[in-house]
Design a protein around this ligand. Sequence first.
Ligand SMILES: C[S@@+](CC[C@H](N)C(=O)[O-])C[C@H]1O[C@@H](n2cnc3c(N)ncnc32)[C@H](O)[C@@H]1O
Length: 370
Amino acid sequence: MTDSGCGALVAGRIRQRGPITAAEFMDLALYAPGAGYYARADRRSGRAGDFFTSVDVGPLFGALLASGFEALWLDAAAGLDRDRIDLVEAGAGNGRLAADVLAAAASRHPAFYRALRLHLVDRSAAARAAHHDVLGRHAGRLASSGEALPPVIDGILYANELLDAFPVHVVEMGAHGLLEVYVDLRDGRLVERLGPPSTPRLEAYLADAGAVLETGWRAEVNLAAMAWVADAARRLRRGFLLLVDYGHESSALFSGARRRGTLTAYRGHQAETPGAASSDGRPAWLADPGQQDLTTHVDLTSVRRTAEAAGLETVLAADQTRFLLDLLERSGLAAELDAPDRARDRLALKTLIMPGGLGSTHKVLLFRTR
Ligand SMILES: C[S@@+](CC[C@H](N)C(=O)[O-])C[C@H]1O[C@@H](n2cnc3c(N)ncnc32)[C@H](O)[C@@H]1O
């Protein structure tokens, strides 16, 4: 395992510096240039990939978002420019959600389409390299494709399944206080090792979230997500931030129901649940770095608190089902989907809003500048 490109990188880092945090491990396993899981390919989801997102269900998700974005643009209170609006997608992957949004905007919301300047942001160079081609006839709307958010945004910044892909610290409550889970090498194999927290910010985060972990419970602390939200809020001069992701309120996330945490490894649509071990007894999340997705559930309460502390106002916190059904009604798409030739879209809608599926696992947070 440690002789794969990414495994060798992780092993080398540990030999050089000693045990590394789970956050540092995930950063290498997912994003190390040329070796990390997301760094090596422009697309990871879909039938041939390792997991499904709402984008894989078909163009309907993008079409519904397009009508929602147009409504935000037209919202008089927001005061967005009618001639020019930044539409920024963060964690855009290869740009296929943006392509769906633009295709729907071009045909259903032409004035919005003409006004928008698209900015696609992704950490993966392989994903960014595909943006132009994936956008196809809409590539002319692409104002920038980069690794970092534009410095100033007047418009709408949105992200689907971004925060769940950030590297997290993993903590465990010990008998005498909080411990952090580190990744170490034993006999050339990656193993977990408990140690003191690498930063006091982990305890501070849990205290702010009101999390009381009992002895033996594990949890993740996604400091990177909070830093991203605060940074995004600073860059958003005027407009909206829309986040869609799977997650829970802090009270449900840091609870007995998730006492093993939520860090999950995905490969070929097989999910290795928190605490699971691979066939040789190693923790599943340490198996084959760079070859599998690693993801955690988002702490929605802390995201909201961070956004509000950074000056944004919460407009909506809902599950995906409610959010999409509302868009369906307002967009007029509901009536169109009754047409005999829209069977595929009707099926897609079911998948997007199905109780127990994407509709209830995925949550939507909408913020606006004050
Ligand atoms: C789970 S995928 C979701 C892709 C796409 N949004 C979708 O719904 O299919 C997460 C994406 O976020 C990107 N990413 C991770 N951290 C990022 C960051 N700090 N800034 C921009 N993109 C990031 C990854 O490279 C990856 O393409």
